[in-house]
Structures are given as C-alpha cells and as structure tokens.
Design a protein around this ligand. Structure first.
Ligand code: GDP
Length: 458
C-alpha cells in the first residue's frame, strides 16, 4: 500500500465518522477498525496498532465525556496524535551549526540511495547558503567515486575522492578529504562510505575505522523505504557499529527502480528504524536532486490525512524566486477567504517549485496527488489552470455556485473532463477548510508561513 492510499483510507474512515448523525461507541469502533485495517495492510506492527487503538479508546471515553463536547473533533485529534506518537522517537537529531565545520558521515546498504542522498543533502544545504563539500570514501565499489563526482559536478559542489581509484584505503581517503575541506573553510563536510550488507563484518569494521578517524558530528543512516521486514535488523546492525544520529528514508515516491510500487509506509519503516532510536530527518522522494524533503512528524501526518502541510509548503515557497510576490500572496491567504484567483496563484507557485508533486501534496494532502510521473502531473496541473481560466471566462469564479450544468459547461469550454472540474473543486474545498483556521492564518501572516501548521494541531 503506498503512502497516499494509506492516508486516503484513514481520512475516509475519519470522514465517515464525521458524517455520522450521532457519534456513539459503535461509530468510534467502526472508525478505529477501518484505521487498524489500513495500518495493518500497510505492514505496521500489530502490537503498535493494538496499542494505538487502546490509547484512542482511553482518550475518547464516552462515559467520561460531558455533554456538549465535540466528539468528532476529540476522535480526530486522538487519532492524529496517536499516529504522530508512532512516528516520533522523542529524541531530536543533531543539527549542524553554521559557524563551525560539521562533518556528517553517511552509512547504509548498497543501493539504498546513499550516494544520491549525500548530494541531495549537500545541495539542500547549499540552497540555504551553506558551503558544503562531498568526500567519497567508498573505495570498494567500482564507479562509486565517478558517480559522486558526476552528481557533485551537476550540483556545483566541491568533491574529493581517490582519483583513478589509486588509493584503496577508505580511512585515508576520508581523513584527507575532511582535512582538505576544513582548510578550504567548508562548513559542512559530507562523507559517503561503502555500502554494505549485514553479513559483511569486514565492511562494518571499515565503517567503524572511518568513523573513529574522522570523528563525525553526525552519522546518518540511509534506508531504502522498500526493504521491508529486513529494516529492523539492518538498522540494528548499523547502530551497533557506529553511533547513528539520524535516519533518511529514501524512495518514498514509490516509483523506485526495481519495478513494483513499494509496499510500505513510512509508519512501518519508521517503527522498524526505532532500532536506531534516531529521528528521520529527511525523506527522498525521487531520483532528482531536489526530490528531497525535511521530515517533520506533525506536518507529515497532517499531509497524510489530507489536511495539507502549510509549513512545508511555505518552506518550499521560500526557496523559489517568488519572494517578491510572496508577502502579497500570504496576506491574501491569511485573510481566510481564498478565492479561485488565490488558488490560481498558488498553483502557479507550485509549478515553479521544482517537483510539482511535493508542493501539491503539501498543500492539499497526499491523497490529492494525481497519479503519474512528474510530466503527467504537470500536464494535469496545467489542465487545472485552463479550467480556472474557463471558470473566470464564464463570469463565474465562485466555486460555491457550481452546479451540474455549470460544471459541464466549464469542462466543455476548457476542453477538459468533468471529473477534473470536480477534483479542482475538491482542492478548493480543502484550501477553504484549511484557511478557516484562524490561528494558522495568523501564523502565516506573521511568519511567512514557517511553523504555522503547528498551531492547528494544538
Ligand atoms: P547507494 O548504492 O546506496 O549509494 O545508492 P545510489 O545512490 O547509487 O542509488 C541507487 C538507486 O536509487 C539509483 O538509481 C538512484 O537514482 C535511486 N534513488 C535514490 N534515492 C531515490 C529516491 O528517493 N527515489 C527514487 N525513485 N530513486 C532513488
């Protein structure tokens, strides 16, 4: 079950509960059973699901609830916070500090996406004004240095490695690389190490030696989201060899090479990675360098449940060239009454925000994401813009006044399908719902969006 499906199933269960005329114990049980089924199908451990249900029932104790309490809201909040609990190890990760040089060592299995992730991590910091550098200490895999060199060159990030593979000692390459970049005053030195399998004791020993020699400030364990049941053991094996401080889960896009859509959820993965007792700090969402996102539990669960992730969206928005228009757009949004015009502008921003799926799911929730690859999603999105043009041409840009014949006319006028108009109106409904939240909107207004989401969840 891919992530969007899990999110869709849970939000449908919650929606059914919200639609019930009377919310009683049966409705609660039905809702929780549906959620359990979805989580179990997504491979979340049985014990965790059972504990979560028990906690939810304790929070929503019908006998103790005084009359007049909004049971729907209490149930929804209980589910939300229990889902967050599953994902939160309760331990923050080390964050590199700008004024000092931080050395970050990457470890993980071969093929997990470690080398790709090293460059994504460097690039994402570079975008924020850091001066990162990459060191390839993987001397065991043929072509490892060439791969890193190619990625680093594309991203215009300095790199170091064993030229022509002349030096075969990974410890020496790592130490030389770190020293070189310390002299060059790089503030973030990222060291890629050899990929390995649990059984390979020698490689684990090598990893320990590299770690001892370069004394990294942070060791990041990179894990492929589709490795399945093996995750726990792998994570444990790495943790026993080096002091893992953070985890990056890759291939969260579910389109990873190797065929089938990955049948995992980050819930499950994360639970398994609990072996490292370290937080997931980023997720990889594609092969491209900017398909990489900060991972924060609350916004993530919020997005999973179709509630949108404004703080993530605004972070991304900050990265695009639109800085001039941004305050104006934020201001309009913060007034709490989004129009189709505002949605149009937001869609235009998303089109400029790099991988379009990211912006879309941040804003409208994971299950709103159209199916397909980046090109197909982009085409769909442009279709939405054409539809909105058609609505404006119709002299009717108020989504609330839409009826069947108008919807059909708009679709015809834009040369699009009726269901696309309906999807668009669903998107508008979500935007309107989110913007009803006064504290969120206030946060957006004050802070340009960053952290705004935390307010809704309180
Ligand atoms: P390494 O052996 O651990 O260094 O793995 P690589 O960095 O060489 O990555 C292995 C493969 O996974 C490559 O084809 C990458 O393009 C791909 N990859 C890495 N991260 C992601 C991701 O987040 N999504 C997808 N779809 N592919 C990824």
């Amino acid at each position: 079950m891919v992530l969007a499906e899990l999110g869709g199933s849970i939000s449908r269960a919650l929606q059914q509960m919200r639609n019930a005329t009377v919310v009683d114990e049966k409705v609660l049980n039905d809702c929780l059973n549906e959620i359990n089924r979805a989580l179990l199908q997504a491979d979340v451990q049985f014990q965790l699901v059972r504990d979560m249900t028990r906690n939810n029932k304790n929070i929503v104790n019908f006998g103790d609830l005084p009359a007049g309490h909004n049971k729907r809201k209490i149930i929804q909040q209980a589910v939300f916070s229990e889902l967050c609990k599953i994902l939160d190890p309760g331990r923050p990760s080390f964050t590199p500090k700008r004024r000092e040089t931080s050395v970050v060592m990457f470890v993980g299995l071969q093929g997990s996406g470690k080398t790709t992730t090293c460059t994504k991590y460097a690039y994402c910091h570079k975008q924020k004004g850091w001066n990162p550098a990459l060191v390839c200490a993987d001397t065991s895999r043929a072509g490892a240095f060439d791969q890193l060199k190619q990625n680093a060159t594309k991203a215009k990030i300095p790199f170091f490695g064993s030229i022509n593979y002349a030096e075969s000692d990974p410890v020496k390459v790592a130490v030389d690389g770190v020293e070189t970049f310390k002299k060059e005053k790089c503030d973030l030195i990222i060291v890629d190490t050899s990929g390995r399998h649990r059984q390979e004791a020698a490689l684990f020993e090598e990893m320990r030696q590299v770690s001892e020699a370069i004394k990294p400030d942070l060791v990041i364990f990179v894990m492929d989201s589709s490795i399945g049941q093996a995750a726990f053991d792998q994570a444990l094996a790495f943790t026993q060899s080096v002091a893992v401080g953070a985890v990056i889960v890759t291939k969260m896009d579910g389109h990873a090479k190797g065929g089938v859509q990955s049948s995992f959820t980050v819930m499950w993965e994360y639970t398994e990675v609990a072996a490292t007792k370290s937080p997931v700090t980023f997720i990889g969402t594609g092969e491209h360098i900017d398909e990489f996102e900060v991972f924060d539990v609350k916004p993530f669960v919020s997005r999973l449940l179709g509630m949108g992730d404004w703080s993530g969206f605004m972070d991304k928005l900050n990265e695009v060239v639109l800085t001039d228009q941004q305050p104006e757009l934020l201001q309009k949004l913060s007034q709490g009454k989004p129009t189709l015009r505002i949605m149009y502008e937001l869609f235009q921003c998303i089109l400029k925000m790099g991988p379009i799926g990211q912006g879309l799911s941040m804003l409208f929730g994971a299950d709103f994401l159209p199916k397909g690859n980046e090109k197909e999603i982009r085409a769909k999105f442009n279709g939405y813009l054409t539809l909105m043009d058609s609505m404006t041409n119709e002299g009717n840009s108020n989504p609330k006044l839409m009826n069947q014949s108008r919807i059909m006319r708009i679709a015809r006028g834009a040369g699009r399908r009726v269901h696309e108009v309906i999807e668009l109106l669903e998107g508008y409904k979500r935007l309107a719902n989110t913007s009803k939240n006064k504290s969120l909107m206030k946060g957006l207004n004050q802070m340009g969006g960053a952290g705004g989401l935390q307010n809704i969840i309180k």
